[in-house]
Design a protein around this ligand. Sequence first.
Ligand code: PXG
Length: 441
Amino acid sequence: MTNPAAPDLDAFWMPFTANRQFKGSPRLLVAARDMHFTSADGRTILDGTSGLWCVNLGHGRQRINDAVARQVRQLDFAPTFQMAHPLPFELAARLIRHMPGDIDHVFFTNSGSESVDTALKIAISYHRVRGEAARTRLIGREKGYHGVGFGGISVGGLGNNRKGFGPLLPGVDHLPHTFDLEHNAFTRGVPDWGVHLADVLERIVALHDASTIAAVIVEPVQGSAGVILPPHGYLQRLREICTKYGILLIFDEVITGFGRLGTPFGAQYFDVQPDIITTAKGITNGAVPMGAVFVRKHIHDAFMNVGTAHDAIELFHGYTYSGHPVACAAALAALDIYEQEGLFTRGTELAPCWEDAAHSLRGEPNVIDIRNIGLVAAVELAPRPDRPGSRAYEVFTRCFERGLLVRHTAETIALSPPLIVERPHIEQIFTTLAEAIRAVG
Ligand code: PXG
């Protein structure tokens, strides 16, 4: 019989992974509870990253597990195309109570990538049903990560995720990113410098004409690119320019949603009203794949009031698993926990302690920047001239050996623990990380 802790590693083509390197020295996780994983060799690993930014409530939540088990026994699947079951209606009605402003409808997907493609399609289609069919251009941002669909990589701004895949979507332009060590290194929270970078949107509008632009999509805080924060006033400025020209503003909140910043969504943290919000990850606490796209009233209304026949399908878009019963059951149970345990806002309480702990790493060898917001932090390391990225990778492996899971991309170590994190965990995270940085230095 195959040992489940030591399977044959060959056939699984791993995502976003150096497969050959990994399979030479694998790191396997076999169990998880609350703040910790258990590794295949029986060690306890503190989860400093909520899995991949998704297990916001901590691992193995009984309420979610029970709900999933019950649901799969009662109704494993039901279609939502011209048919339905009660759960997505119940879930949608409850979710929109936590959304900012007049966001009042939800389209369900299965991942962040699908949420992004759905949002981009809704944006283009919205203008079309209103008689502005020329508004098809999409504006993303350098260093943006919007998943891996062709829509998402087209508006995304990470070169490695784009360069291998041909010409991508036509009619896409990009805002500049806001990463700047010269002005903003070691800023606590949101930096002061850089609001003028939002004004580049005016130039993009002048270049293409507003009548051709459907939407601007940004992450309120860029996650995958290594935690890049919007300068003070930057998102407000984007909002003003979008409003001025009738362009939809999409916030991709796959990471910033569900309490990560200490508010239910990033839109509330920054007090900026987007037209569409894309989500995934924390919606089910990562237990079952699910995503959701939230839209403001006027967007949904535009599709319902176009004057087409009552029996016409309003949007030719959807997934077999949109509103899947098991995903809905997991999301409803997760929502109970967010609400009952106050986890949408717990980040606000812990943020000062988290910020101090993160910035205590200033002065450690090769640390050239530290960034933080809510329960997110990033430590930027000086690249080795001959092998960029190798330092962060070594810090990551050393942390793992010492019982801490961190995330590394290029020269950034990113941290985003479950929102149930306690002060001793925070201390352990940054002590272990500091030791690893010194050892690798
Ligand atoms: N948008 C944003 C803002 C994301 O962060 C996606 C879309 C895509 O979601 P799916 O569910 O299709 O993967 C994401 C995903 C990391 C990391 O460590 C981040 C993501 C995924 C995996 C790793 O930075 N974000």
